[in-house]
Design a protein. Structure first.
Length: 308
């Protein structure tokens, strides 16, 4: 009897050591379903950093009595500017006008702007988004506003119910949900160029940027999908960067968009307040407004729901 007990103890110890070894192996190999992506891929020289510094300007609350069309409104020469290839130096854009002394601010969070000069670090700013840039002239309390779009790709904060046939997340471009998809033909665009999304078990079309949500949930291997083998209600993925290049006015500059996935078995199990906030963001995108003036709109949240 004692011999059998000893054998069972040795067997249990062997199983524990095997499981521990597998966990360490997976940790070294790449991202886990619930941890931060660890991508060992060597990035190109013009890599955009995943972690972006905060804007030089401390963003105050969005002005309730903003002025538009004033003579000293921030002007950058166009309503949309595009990132450009950058290696050792970031791509910086300066205002084309000189409104005099004052301070610059921007909404929502994501634009890296110098509060004194209005210079925008496009390389470190969140792309594919519409911003309001405000200037408060010294000696006044009035905020003069102008809008500016930083070109690039993005995904909408949205709920995708698989049982309703909503099985793909399609990127939109230049903050315009109705613009013809720049990469729909699969020509001249490249997505997940570093493999960071694939390593996190996100199944993405490398030419169009379309994410296969069903495969991303269920996985294409024994390891399961982005949430692991048995996802639980409300589980979130890590924040996953998707690096891409677009053959447009950006001259194929390397850009990236962070995304995050969240899972629910049914839509009825989602918090109503969460759905309302999500629909507000979505409505702002579809109507051409700022995604948000009070919170950080990135990363976009992609909700994968099995059934209604």
């Amino acid at each position: 009897m004692k011999k059998n007990t000893h054998l069972y103890s040795l067997l249990f110890l062997a199983i524990c050591l095997t499981v521990l070894a597998c966990q360490k192996s997976l940790s070294r190999a790449g991202a886990g379903p619930t941890g931060q992506t660890q991508d060992s891929t060597q990035l190109p020289q013009d890599t955009v950093p995943v972690k972006k510094p905060d804007s030089v300007a401390t963003t105050p609350p969005y002005p309730q009595t903003a002025v538009t069309g004033c003579a000293y409104a921030p002007n950058y020469g166009d309503s949309i500017i595009f990132p450009q290839p950058a290696t050792s130096q970031d791509y910086i854009v300066h205002p084309t006008n000189d409104p005099g002394p004052g301070k610059y601010f921007s909404w929502p969070i994501g634009l890296v702007i110098d509060s004194l000069t209005g210079a925008i670090d496009v390389t470190k700013s969140e792309t594919g988004m519409r911003y309001a840039i405000g200037f408060v002239k010294s000696g006044t309390n009035d905020t003069c506003l102008n809008t500016l779009i930083i070109g690039g790709a993005a995904y909408m904060d949205s709920i995708y119910v698989l049982s309703d046939g909503a099985t793909t997340a399609v990127p939109y471009y230049d903050a315009n949900a109705y613009m013809a998809a720049a990469c729909s033909s699969g020509s001249g665009c490249a997505f997940d160029v570093t493999g960071s999304a694939t390593n996190a078990r996100v199944v993405i079309d490398k030419s169009t940027g379309v994410i296969d949500l069903e495969k991303t949930l269920n996985g294409t291997s024994l390891l399961g999908g982005v949430f692991g083998l048995l996802p639980l209600n409300g589980v979130k993925s890590a924040v996953i960067p998707i690096y891409y290049r677009i053959n447009d006015a950006s001259n194929s500059a390397l850009q990236h968009i962070d995304v995050q996935f969240e899972y629910y078995y049914s839509k009825s199990q989602m918090n109503p307040g969460l759905i309302i906030g999500l629909l507000t963001k979505l409505d702002n995108i579809l109507t051409g407004n700022l995604i948000s003036t009070t919170s950080n709109p990135r990363p976009p949240l992609i909700f994968i729901v099995r059934s209604r």
